[in-house]
Design a protein around this ligand. Structure first.
Ligand code: OGA
Ligand code: NI
Length: 362
């Protein structure tokens, strides 16, 4: 994609991987087979003790992973391998097209869906190309981030003409991962001692989207990052990565960067800012980044599971009490937050990106 090493860019310390990476056992790996062929039983508030084994043991693992890491991998998740492989193969096909062809579906200031390559501006430069598509069409979001302006935008996907079958493979992948996302959401509700389906309604008109990330080989991997450190702002992220590796997670206990080793057929799941707020900080949205690779291009496909634009995000009432667990967040509207992030993302604003900590009461 015509990337050149620009010395000015490489002077940005944020974009240099420092040396704290350690190899370790890493984030937990959870076998979801207890729910592979079963729906998750309905439990009402406080009833989770009634949940049978082996589901109860798996729930305990999910709870610990969310609390201690904010990140885990899942296997036996029910998403067919062919579906994953097809989407990955066609994504590679797309990124392999001529630049001119890819630019036909380029995102713009109004529609954030489609293709872009990261551009070089001060402070912001990731070593990657991206294609975003919405899981539900149209994706409805506010047309302005201003609280008093009430218009809505209906966003449609921009599908490329080739490779043949790209759209179908993407849609099939989206359908399969959406199912997994709802299962994970129900598990997380249960780990918070909430009714199984209590969070599902927030996703009725979901603004979820899927991102195809291609990280080209980088001539100076010691000096650049595929993606700089960040947190995901939605509810959950479910990511598929190839075998190149490069994703790193900031360990909660000591702040060290830990590699997430690619595990065949696994998805990497992480808690986003919204689950952090819903759980009133019981679970934390954890920083992560991607280091660049000098030899191999890398493909990853995150699914960002986001609620409807009209959802008001705030700690779940059942988890808040004035005395022991006062609410730690002011409520915010998801759509306005999302729109503001998209605007600052597109314009590469030099102001600090809006973050969930801006709504923290501390
Ligand atoms: C992201 C992200 C990680 C990866 O796109 O938000 O964290 O492995 N991606 O590509
Ligand atoms: Ni991320």
């Amino acid at each position: 994609m015509g990337l050149e090493v620009d010395p000015a860019f490489f002077q940005e310390p944020e974009h240099r991987p420092n040396d704290t990476v350690v190899e370790a056992g890493g984030i937990p790996l959870i076998d979801l087979s207890p729910i592979l062929h079963l729906s998750i039983p309905d439990a009402d508030f406080g009833e989770t003790a009634a949940i049978p084994e082996p589901l109860a043991a798996m729930l305990a693992d999910v709870e610990a992973a969310c609390r201690e890491w904010g990140f885990f991998q899942v296997v036996n998740h029910g998403v067919a391998e062919e579906v994953v492989e097809k989407a990955a193969a066609l994504a590679r096909g797309f990124f392999g097209l001529e630049e001119e062809e890819k630019r036909r579906v380029r995102r713009d200031e109004v529609n954030p869906l489609g293709y872009y390559e990261s551009e070089h501006t001060k402070n912001v430069r990731d070593w990657k190309e991206v294609f975003d598509f919405a899981v539900e069409e149209p994706m409805v979001i506010p047309d302005s981030a201003e609280p008093e302006l009430g218009g809505l935008l209906q966003l449609y996907n921009q599908w490329p003409r080739c490779p043949i079958g790209f759209r179908e493979a993407c849609e099939e992948y989206a359908k399969a991962v959406t199912e997994l996302a709802f299962k994970l959401l129900e598990l997380i509700a249960l780990t918070l001692n909430m009714p199984t389906k209590c969070l599902n309604n927030y996703f009725k008109d979901q603004t979820s989207f899927i991102r195809l990330n291609y990280y080209p080989p980088c001539p100076s991997p010691r000096l650049a990052l595929g993606v700089g450190r960040h947190k995901d702002s939605g509810a959950l992220t479910i990511l598929q990565q190839d075998d190149v590796g490069g994703l790193e997670v900031k360990q909660r206990s000591d702040g060290k960067w830990i590699r997430v080793r690619p595990f065949p057929s696994a998805f990497v799941v992480n808690v986003g800012d919204i689950v952090q707020v819903w759980s009133n900080d019981r679970y934390e949205s954890v920083e992560h980044r991607v280091v660049a690779n000098s030899e191999k291009g890398r493909l990853s496909i995150p699914f960002f599971f986001n609620p409807a634009h009209y959802v008001t995000v705030k700690p779940l009432e059942e988890l808040v009490d004035e005395e022991k667990h006062p609410s730690r967040y002011k409520e915010y509207n998801w759509g306005k937050f999302f729109k503001l992030r998209k605007i600052s993302d597109f314009k590469k604003l030099e102001v600090e990106n809006i973050q969930v900590h801006h709504f923290s009461k501390n």
